[in-house]
Structure formats: structure tokens, C-alpha cells
Design a protein around this ligand. Sequence first.
Ligand SMILES: NC(=O)c1ccc[n+]([C@@H]2O[C@H](COP(=O)([O-])OP(=O)(O)OC[C@H]3O[C@@H](n4cnc5c(N)ncnc54)[C@H](OP(=O)(O)O)[C@@H]3O)[C@@H](O)[C@H]2O)c1
Length: 262
Amino acid sequence: MSDNKKILVTGSDGQLGKTLQKRCSGKYGFDWIFLPKEKLDIIQADEIQAAFKKYNPKFCINCAAFTDVLKSENQPLLAFKTNVEGVKNLTRVCNDYESILIHISTDYIFDGTKKRPYLENDKANPLNKYGMTKYLGEKYVVENAIFGYIIRTSWLYSKNFGYNFYRNILRAASNGKEIKVVKDQYGTPTNTEKLADFITKIIISLPKKGIYHCAGEEVMSWYEFANKIVEENNYSNKIIPVSSQSFGVKRPSYSPLKNTEI
Ligand SMILES: NC(=O)c1ccc[n+]([C@@H]2O[C@H](COP(=O)([O-])OP(=O)(O)OC[C@H]3O[C@@H](n4cnc5c(N)ncnc54)[C@H](OP(=O)(O)O)[C@@H]3O)[C@@H](O)[C@H]2O)c1
């Protein structure tokens, strides 16, 4: 590999970005540069150009995304601009600078009709606007990045950072109340630390370009996951299983991911 050891991380104030900062900053012989949205808005092509001109990174890890599934239904244009246009902007500048793009995608590009965990080459069929924007973003990378990786993950959570299911359940549990949780959607909860380590592995080993899945080992429902979180933290709240039909946005009922590539 060349002497260029710079890694630029976009969206660095999100849960994955913060986990990468905590876990990887200054490590593995790389020079990590973390840019939150305030310093680099991926919708603004000129801001990406300026950042690449300044840092000339060998790698760009795109942790920036519009991740709120419900808000994506109500603000589809912003979701599209971030998850599609922003990703196109990054891809083009990575190509210009011969940088390796590592882009994160999601299990929500699948429709959840399979009876076994999804593999990297299974067909996408997103059910909601968030899933569609993420699918279009990853498709652009696959078709246009000279050197790009897509890492799909599922039900991402950090115990320490951000707004996620794990921390929401903990917050609710600390109030001592009953908690209603969806029982009929299954996935593979993935700790951001596992994903950060997987990304680092990709950067160090540089496997062939393409799509990789990185997800937790256990398949479970949100209801089962909530019970696990409550038990793990020694709370005794009652978790009440409810049907997903009472929640507005359509989501895949079964979207565990399996890694078959590395
Ligand atoms: N969370 C999940 O359950 C899950 C599951 C599967 C895949 N993923 C994927 O994993 C990746 C990381 O997700 P995450 O959970 O870490 O998300 P997150 O916590 O929501 O972080 C996303 C970050 O991107 C920033 N951002 C939004 N628009 C931006 C823009 N135009 N330019 C630059 N930054 C922007 C956000 O800033 P603001 O908050 O200020 O807008 C936030 O800091 C995403 O690609 C996501 O689609 C997530």
C-alpha cells in the first residue's frame, strides 16, 4: 500500500462515528480524521472537495446518513439528498482522489420475505423510503466507485453513544414502567464496536471490492432483544409484546444478515 495512511470519517458524531473515534483514533498506524456534519456536510459537493483537497485521504468511511426510518417517510427529500446525493458526491470525489470508499448500508434494503438470513448477493427490495434511499446509495457505489466497499449492517446499537434501541429501552426501564415492544420483526442486533472492528479489518486486509455483511450472531425479535437488555442491566420491567401493525412505517419482518464473504 502507498505511504498515505489518512482515513477520513464522515458523520463522525453519530453512534458509529463516535465508536470509531473511541476505538480506533490514533491506532493501527493510520491517521484518523473525524469530521461531523458541521464540518463536512456530504450534501454539499464543494465541502467534500475542500475536505479532500485539505486531507487527501487514502480511505473515506462514510458514517453520515439520514437514519430515522419514520422521519424518512415524512422528509423523503432530505433522506434522498443525504443517502443518495450525498453518497454520489462522496463516490465522485473518492474516484478523483483515488481514495477507497467504505460505505455503510442496511438490512432495510431487503423485504424480509426470506426464511433464512440474507446473504450479500440476495436481491434487494426495500419496503420503505429509508430502505429505498439506502439501496440507491449503495447501488451507485457498486456501479461507480473505482474502489469501494459496501458494508451492510443490521439493528445497529451502541451502549455508549447516540439514539438507538438499546439506550431507548434502558431509558424506559429506568422509569420502572411496562414497555411495549414489537414481537413480529426479526433481525441481528449489531454492536457498533463489532462493526468498527470489521471496518478496520477491511482497511487492513483490503479484500476484493464489493458488498460485505457485518451483523451480530444472534437472530431475535425486538421483543426478545428488549428482554435481553433489561435482564443484562438488572431491571425487572415487564416487556409487553405488541404487533408491528400498530406502528406506522412498513419494515421487513425478517432481516437478519449473514456474512459469507470474510
Ligand atoms: N442505526 C441503525 O440501526 C442502523 C442499521 C443498519 C445500518 N445503519 C447504517 O449505519 C450507518 C451509521 O449509522 P448510525 O446508527 O451511526 O447513524 P447516526 O447515529 O444517525 O449517525 C449519522 C450521523 O450522520 C450525520 N449526518 C446526517 N446528515 C449528514 C450530512 N448531510 N452530512 C454529514 N453528516 C450527516 C448525523 O448528524 P445529525 O444527527 O446532526 O443529523 C449523524 O451524526 C448509516 O449508514 C446507517 O444507515 C444503521
